[in-house]
Design a protein around this ligand. Structure first.
Ligand SMILES: Nc1nc2c(ncn2[C@@H]2O[C@H](COP(=O)(O)OP(=O)(O)OP(=O)(O)O)[C@@H](O)[C@H]2O)c(=O)[nH]1
Ligand SMILES: [Mg+2]
Length: 329
């Protein structure tokens, strides 16, 4: 199973300086020390959020720093505490100390929080000590975030394409198969054996035009494919409604693009299903030339082409794994 990684650097806010101040008036000409303490720096807090699905953003923004505490003022005025910095991560993210490799916390449920670093203490004002002291630096830490993918491969396609039939054929999972759209309401995972290896496929609910904007089962389902490493785009090569397979293919690809660019960029295979149906061969030829990429012809029903597809999916997953490892250094 693939794992998403990110390395991030967190720094607590610096404490505010203590104030050096003397109050003088007619009666106190030497002055009375009245400098207040500086405020402590803010903390960096990590929180799990059920609206997030990848660690991708952390690749581009790896530095997080909490605000400084305010300096103390004269008349024993305390500096304000620095504001905390909240870093949101997907539910299921492991927070690891990069220095010793120990897990600090597994943010398994939504809304869980962990303080990653504390802010520096505020300095003392000269109302307390003879000489005011500066604020301390905030804590610094390097963290690793780890997030397991929900599946290695996600099977996507229009409703009724035969996704559930495929998944129940190549794995031991049996999800409901029916000749009407939206039979599958949520992703179902199945384990596929390939020689001595296994990988996990996710049977996804059918996708329709406008899904990126919430139509059908919409973006609720699209989110799940963010956490799969490769996609199998499955088309019905002889759709009952007489629609054009190539047109359907481009419509769905466009939904992925409209949804999020990194989903669209995911490596994928194209499978043409229902090759056992009359007219499938001609339709496949037309489809392949129109989309201009390699197509795996299969029949999820009678098993034709499935060993070849499974092998190709396995290879794609291996390639994706290598690439993630390279990306993570
Ligand atoms: N002839 C033929 N029918 C198939 C094949 N694969 C699936 N079907 C039929 O197509 C219909 C839909 O199959 P499902 O596997 O439920 O399709 P799905 O893509 O999971 O559908 P949703 O979950 O609604 O998106 C069922 O009646 C299947 O029996 C195939 O290879 N050949
Ligand atoms: Mg289904």
């Amino acid at each position: 199973m693939l794992i998403d990684h990110a390395k991030i650097y967190v720094t607590g806010g610096k404490g505010g300086n203590g104030c050096q101040s003397l109050y003088k008036d007619l009666y106190h000409r030497k002055g009375i020390p009245d400098g207040g303490d500086g405020g402590p720096g803010g903390e960096v807090i990590i929180e799990s959020d059920s609206n997030l699905y990848t660690l991708l953003d952390f690749r581009y923004n790896p530095h997080y720093r909490a605000d400084k505490g305010k300096h103390g003022g004269s008349n024993k005025k305390f500096g304000k505490r620095g504001k905390d910095r909240l870093v949101k991560v997907p539910v299921g993210t492991l927070i690891i100390d990069a220095e010793n490799g120990l897990t600090i916390r597994d943010l398994a449920a939504p809304g869980e929080r962990v303080v990653a670093v504390k802010g520096g203490a505020g300095g003392k004002g000269n109302a307390k000590l003879r000489v005011a002291t500066p604020g301390e630096e905030g804590e610094e830490r390097t963290l690793l975030f780890e997030l397991k993918f929900v599946a290695d491969a996600g099977i996507i396609g229009f409703p009724n394409a035969g996704k559930s039939t495929l998944v129940s054929r190549i794995s031991k999972v049996h999800t409901k198969i029916a000749p009407y759209p939206f039979t599958t309401r949520s992703p179902k995972l199945g384990v596929v054996s390939f020689y001595d290896e296994t990988f996990v496929v996710a049977d996804m609910p059918g996708l329709i035009e406008g899904a990126h904007a919430g139509r059908g089962l919409g973006d609720r389902f699209l989110r799940h494919i963010e956490r799969t490493s490769v996609l199998v785009h499955m088309v019905d090569i002889v759709p009952l409604d007489g629609s054009d397979p190539a047109e359907n293919f481009f419509k769905l690809e466009n939904e992925l693009k409209l949804y999020r660019h990194h989903v669209y960029e995911k490596p994928r295979l194209v499978a043409a299903n229902k090759m056992d149906m009359p007219g499938a061969e001609e339709s496949l030829k037309k489809f392949t030339s129109e989309i201009g990429r390699e197509v795996w012809p299969i029949s999820a029903l009678n098993g034709e082409g499935l060993p070849e597809l499974v092998r190709a999916v396995y290879r794609k997953i291996q390639d994706a794994k290598k690439k993630t490892e390279e990306d993570n250094g």
